[in-house]
Design a protein around this ligand. Structure first.
Ligand code: TRP
Length: 373
């Protein structure tokens, strides 16, 4: 089978991801040694968050106990699945570190780039995303969740946010849009200026004032960052501190390709029940094992491409030593595919049964998160 050519834009990710090529082409830096607190987080410790731009500024803020903001956004389409947990966990991690959290629900972007109504976006954002964030541990204190279509009830803040989007427009060129995004429509152009305002507005006096901002995203969102960083430095009426950002790998879909909300058999949703999870892993999860148990015992499996193993590594096996042992035993053939699958299913289901209870509880807290500002 011919491998599909990689295509990666903020609105499309297709084919096999070549991360080395991405790092080179996008010009992001690989993450090196981080202060010890970062190692408490599995995603940093295992280098799943692998690249950055200007992270130093954030490390300094943490070291000197200075204020900083973590800003990111969500595209509210489809089911909330385990791949979405990566960003949620980063929000919670930075919140614990003392960051002020800004979360944009990209309902206008979904309208312009995905033809989804604002009503659908609102419902999906709440039901699927925000409830799950709360259940995963996001706290209302020091946290603003807003919709792009409705930044704030406070007119001064709202005006400042949309004013910035318009001011940024003068400092971008059409050629730049084309170079960054490839195919571009007026709606997409407006969306990326709005996303630039998402990323930069925390620094306005109506919000936090000058403050370092880190934007954790999937690598596909880097074009938005490049544009926002470039144009922010051309604005003279405001002095923006350059944006920092981090980039994480995508958790693989069940079949080994991309995990996509539009393909139910590519993901595990956080609302899936135990039977569905077992069925999905057993039936659809790509295995790095051999065709028969005999062969597997002889030749061993390949954990690097094995999807159940990757789910343990990305999300569900906190214990590094255990993970290492599973890796070695699978590679040597001692651990069979069926047993690895069973272990993974049990881990996921244990997490989900607790999580789903917390998600019910989270419904009571929803008001504390939305339309505070
Ligand atoms: N474009 C992002 C996505 O498709 C969502 C988003 C909107 C965002 N505003 C943002 C991400 C600001 C980071 C920062 O998922």
């Amino acid at each position: 089978m011919k491998k599909e050519k990689m295509k990666l834009t903020p609105w499309e990710a297709k084919g096999e991801m070549d991360y080395n090529k991405i790092v080179k082409e996008f010009g992001v830096s690989l993450l090196k040694e981080l202060p010890p607190v970062f190692n408490e987080n599995l995603l940093f410790r295992r280098k799943i968050i692998f690249a950055h731009r200007d992270i130093q500024r954030i490390l300094e803020a943490i070291k000197n106990r200075k204020k900083f903001v973590m800003m990111t956004g969500l595209m509210p389409t489809g089911k909330f699945h385990i791949g979405h947990m990566l960003l949620a966990q980063q929000m919670i991690f930075y919140q614990k570190l003392g960051a002020k959290i800004y979360i944009a629900v990209a309902d206008l972007e979904a309208y312009n780039a995905r033809a989804q109504s604002l009503e659908d976006s609102r419902r999906i954002a709440i039901e699927e995303y925000i409830l799950n964030y709360i259940a995963l541990g996001l706290k209302p204190e020091n946290c603003e969740v807003y919709f792009q279509s409705e930044r704030s009830r406070d007119a001064k803040k709202s005006n400042a946010f949309y004013r910035l989007q318009n001011i940024l427009a003068r400092h971008a060129t059409f050629a730049e849009f084309k170079a960054v995004y490839g195919e571009i429509t007026p709606g997409k152009m407006i969306s990326s200026l709005l996303q630039a305002s998402d990323m930069l507005h925390a620094q306005l006096k109506e919000f936090e004032g000058p403050v370092p901002v880190v934007v954790p995203v999937g690598i596909d969102q880097d074009p938005h960052l490049r544009l926002a960083r470039d144009i922010s430095q051309r604005v003279k009426s405001e002095k923006f501190i350059q944006l920092s950002s981090t980039y994480h790998y995508f958790a693989p879909g069940l079949g080994g390709g991309k995990m996509s909300s539009s393909e139910p058999n590519s993901f595990i949703a956080l609302t899936d029940d135990a039977k569905t999870v077992a069925n999905k892993i057993n039936k659809y999860a790509f295995s790095g094992g051999q065709a028969t148990a005999e062969e597997h015992k002889k030749k061993g499996g390949n954990p690097d491409v094995d999807v159940p193993f990757q789910y343990l590594r990305f999300l569900f096996e906190e214990d590094d030593k255990k993970l290492q042992k599973i890796y070695e035993d699978y590679k040597s053939g001692k651990l069979l595919t069926g047993d690895l699958k069973k272990y993974t299913i049990d881990k996921i289901n244990k997490f989900l049964s607790e999580h789903q209870k917390r998600r019910e509880e989270a419904k009571k807290l929803l008001d504390k998160f939305i339309f505070k500002g």
